[in-house]
Write a protein of this length. Structure first.
Length: 264
């Protein structure tokens, strides 16, 4: 085949020439053969392109399914948190990780106390999947009024004031981490740790203000308020966190006892 290389022929051209010499194929036959060959190559290219498109489409569908599943989990988690339940979260187990979560929940507790709200219970659980929770007492009437507000209903001044307290309370856990264990908070999966808290804070903020810009301003002010409360009560935050680490779960009455000792 090297003898035809100077002519610039390909192996296919050489085979074609040999066939013409052997059976007397005409130029018209050659043009038809080339046309059929080109169509076959075009069909093959099209098939490859379609296969790639199908693969890309499949990947996009899988990604969308994953996103939809994540959104559904977030929606269910938010619903559970609204009803006072704890939710599974990614959690950095170990002494430092447990203390971070205890400080987070203690931050919620101390802000609630400062706002005059009564705590029902607080819990931290050491392990790979659970973080903790803090639930507070709320009258059925106020709970219903808050849910109505979140659904777009009109709120009285009393209900709006309660909602604003909740915004500060939801922000408190994250702020406590930033104040008292910033390194651990940064090393942890910080985008998920307080995810439900901050989602609910934003939901309440939007319901109160009616706009995204105003909601973000309210969130910023809530963080500042939570920071001021927690910085002024550091010893109380750390005492509650230590008790949560030791006992795991504390009732509102037990936290009230710690508060009385702190105020002496």
């Amino acid at each position: 085949m090297s003898e035809y290389a100077p002519l610039g022929w390909t192996f296919s051209d050489w085979c074609e020439m040999r066939a013409r010499m052997a059976v007397g194929i005409t130029d018209a036959d050659v043009r038809m053969m080339r046309s059929v060959k080109a169509e076959a190559e075009e069909d093959e290219d099209r098939s490859d392109a379609e296969a790639e498109e199908d693969e890309d489409r499949g990947k996009k569908d899988d990604d969308q399914d994953d996103a939809d599943a994540e959104e559904e989990r977030d929606r269910l988690n938010d619903m559970l948190v609204m009803r006072g339940y704890s939710i599974p979260r990614r959690f950095d187990a170990g002494d430092a990780g447990l203390r971070r979560v205890a400080l987070h929940e203690a931050g919620h507790c101390v802000v609630a106390i400062a706002q005059g709200r009564r705590i029902e219970s607080a819990t931290v659980v050491a392990g790979s999947d659970y973080a903790g929770k803090m639930s507070e007492e709320e009258t059925p009437e106020m709970r219903k009024a808050l849910l109505d507000m979140l659904s777009g209903g009109r709120a009285t001044a009393e209900v709006e004031a309660c909602a604003r307290k909740h915004v500060v309370g939801y922000a408190a856990g994250q702020v406590a981490e930033w104040l008292y264990c910033p390194a651990e908070s940064w090393k942890s999966d910080r985008h998920r740790t307080a995810g439900s808290d901050m989602k609910l804070a934003r939901i309440f903020s939007r319901a109160i203000t009616g706009g995204d810009g105003e909601a973000e301003a309210l969130l910023a002010a809530a963080r500042v308020e939570a920071r001021d409360i927690l910085k002024a009560r550091r010893r109380l935050v750390e005492t509650i966190a230590d008790a949560l680490i030791q006992y795991g779960t504390m009732t509102g009455d037990e936290i009230e006892t710690i508060l009385k000792e702190y105020e002496r």
